[in-house]
Design a binder for this molecule. Structure first.
Ligand SMILES: Nc1nc2c(ncn2[C@@H]2O[C@H](COP(=O)(O)OP(=O)(O)OP(=O)(O)O)[C@@H](O)[C@H]2O)c(=O)[nH]1
Ligand SMILES: [Mg+2]
Length: 275
């Protein structure tokens, strides 16, 4: 059974609709959540109105109570679930409660840089994308502090996912999507890879991928395990079958340059400078 913080029902109508709702799924993330939440709001300040929804699965370390504290004075709501029900379903439940028309997911362990949030959002709007994925596996993207075997597993999983999506980092847990696409996706919330699920099932016209630098977890414990890897294989099988049974319009795919390149590309021309 899902419980919500007391102001949850009133908050969405009390303030104007946010530009973006970011969902942070948490399970035992006591060491990182404070910094994470602070950085998300700081990164968005002056760029966009963000709402944050933390979906906590009754973390034994007290992450849920910390999230309630962090909600005071911030546009942050907390969904408390009774027990560990899984990352995918946590993100889907957060999306269902969101008040923004664009929703996104980001891990709580600071592996995904919150500073990228405004850039991802701006790219989604500027390129009229249905979904934008932060990527380790296109030019400009990289990962640090990630054990070599995890890197290999992640690369193999992305390669196996190529029949489902043109996105190179289909394992990414850092992405944004228009809520209308989520609402129309018959997505199964099984397993870890909810981004892949949406890439495979949501009615997407146009998808973009933007590089970022992944930083391996430095606090807390990983929840990725052999069981999740097996669930991924089952999920992938189901997505491939779905692909053949229900052919979709080909998705238009954009590989977006790192923001630094975008800045150069949009710099004024010599003519504009009067040279
Ligand atoms: N609510 C909820 N959140 C979860 C669950 N499992 C994982 N998470 C969260 O989902 C995010 C991703 O989990 P991680 O353990 O970081 O998985 P990973 O990034 O593949 O692996 P590491 O970074 O190496 O730990 C984190 O914010 C977790 O706290 C779950 O069952 N329920
Ligand atoms: Mg992580």
């Amino acid at each position: 059974m899902t419980e919500v913080t007391p102001d949850m029902a009133s908050e969405p109508s009390a303030s104007p609709r946010p530009d973006l709702t970011m969902v942070i799924p948490t399970y035992n993330e006591l060491d990182r959540l404070d910094a994470m939440v602070t950085q998300v709001f700081r990164a968005c300040e002056g760029h966009l109105q963000v709402e944050v929804i933390v979906v906590d699965d009754n973390s034994p370390d007290g992450t849920g109570a910390l999230a309630d504290d962090l909600a005071r004075g911030r546009r942050l709501r907390v969904i408390h679930r009774a027990g560990k029900l899984g990352l995918g379903s946590a993100v889907i439940e957060g999306f269902a409660a969101a008040s923004g028309d664009v929703v996104g997911a980001i891990d709580a362990d600071l592996s995904h840089p919150p500073q990228r949030i405004p850039k991802l959002f701006a790219a989604l709007v500027a390129h009229d994308l249905d979904m934008v994925v932060a990527s380790r596996y296109i030019a400009g993207g990289d990962s640090f502090g990630f054990a070599w075997y995890r890197r290999v597993m992640s690369n193999v999983a992305c390669w196996l996912s190529r029949p489902v999506t043109p996105v190179r980092d289909a394992m990414s847990g850092f992405f944004m999507i228009r809520r209308t696409c989520v609402d129309r996706a018959p997505a199964s919330a099984r397993g870890f890879k909810i981004g892949l699920e949406l890439l495979g099932r949501a009615p997407l016209r146009r998808v973009g991928e933007m590089p970022y630098q992944f930083a391996g977890r430095t606090a807390g414990k990983s929840k990725m395990n052999a069981g999740e890897a097996l669930t991924f294989l089952r999920q992938l099988g189901a997505l491939v079958v779905h692909q053949y049974r229900t052919p979709r319009q080909p998705v238009e795919y954009l590989e977006l340059a790192a923001p630094a390149t975008v800045v150069v590309a949009t710099a004024p021309s010599l003519d504009e400078l009067g040279a």
